[in-house]
Write a protein that binds this ligand. Structure first.
Ligand code: UDP
Length: 191
C-alpha cells in the first residue's frame, strides 16, 4: 500500500519471515527497511530517501502509526511488524539454517556486546563480524571491503535513519549478502 508516497508491504510477521527465507535462497542482495511514521514524514522532505525506500525488496510496517494509517486507507494491516521482533525471528531461523550475520553500527563496543548477548540467547547463531558505526570517510571503504570479503548472508546496519538506508543503497550493488537490513537502535537494545 502507498502511505504518503511510501510503499508499505502488506505483510504480517509470518509473511515477512517467509519473504526473508525467499531472499536467503536467492542470489542477489535484497534490502529490507522498517518504515515507521518518522520515516514517512522524513521521506516527504527528502526525495532521495523516499526513492530509496520505494526501491527496497521489502518494507515492513514497523509502527502503530503505520497500522493506523492503513485503517484510514481502508486497507487495514493485520499487525505491526516491529523491526526488533523481526530480527529476533531471523536469528531464530538463522541459527538452525546455517545463516551468517554481520552487525554494523552503534557506538564502539555495542555491536560486539550485542553479538555476545545474541549468541547466548540463540546458541549456534553465526555472527561472523562486527564493526561500530562511527567510522571516517577514509575508513568506510575498508570496512566495506572487509564485509564483502566475509560475505555475511545477512548484514544488519544500525546507523540511524536515513543514514543506514542511504548507506545500504550506496553499496547494495557491490554486496554479496542476501539481505541488508536497516535496524536503527536495535543493536543498542540487544546489547
Ligand atoms: N549511529 C551510528 N553512527 C552514526 C549515527 C548513529 O552507528 O553516525 C547509531 C547509534 O549509535 C544508534 C543507532 O545508530 O545505535 C541509531 O539509533 P536510533 O535509535 O537513533 O535510530 P532509529 O531506530 O531511531 O532510526
Amino acid at each position: 500500500m502507498d502511505i504518503l508516497g511510501v510503499r508499505i508491504d502488506e505483510v504480517d510477521m509470518d509473511a515477512a519471515l517467509d519473504k526473508a527465507k525467499e531472499f536467503l535462497a536467492s542470489n542477489k542482495c535484497n534490502t529490507i527497511f522498517t518504515p515507521n511514521p518518522e520515516f514517512i514524514i522524513n521521506a516527504e522532505k527528502d526525495k532521495e530517501f523516499k526513492k530509496i525506500l520505494n526501491s527496497s525488496s521489502l518494507n515492513i510496517p514497523d509502527g502503530n502509526g503505520i497500522v493506523w494509517a492503513s485503517k484510514q486507507l481502508k486497507k487495514p494491516l493485520n499487525e505491526r511488524v516491529a523491526g526488533y521482533d523481526f530480527i529476533h525471528k531471523l536469528f531464530d531461523y538463522g541459527k538452525d539454517n546455517n545463516v551468517s550475520f554481520y552487525f554494523l553500527g552503534a557506538r564502539p563496543g555495542v555491536a560486539e556486546k550485542a553479538k555476545d548477548e545474541m549468541v547466548k540467547k540463540y546458541p549456534g547463531l553465526n555472527v561472523i563480524g562486527t564493526c561500530d558505526g562511527y567510522f571516517s570517510r577514509d575508513d568506510e571503504q575498508k570496512i566495506w571491503d572487509d564485509i564483502c570479503e566475509l560475505k555475511p548472508d545477512v548484514l544488519l546496519v544500525a546507523l540511524g535513519s536515513p543514514k543506514q538506508e542511504k548507506f545500504i543503497d550506496k553499496y547494495k550493488g557491490k554486496l554479496i549478502s542476501k539481505i541488508a537490513i536497516g535496524v536503527g537502535g536495535c543493536l543498542d537494545v540487544m546489547a
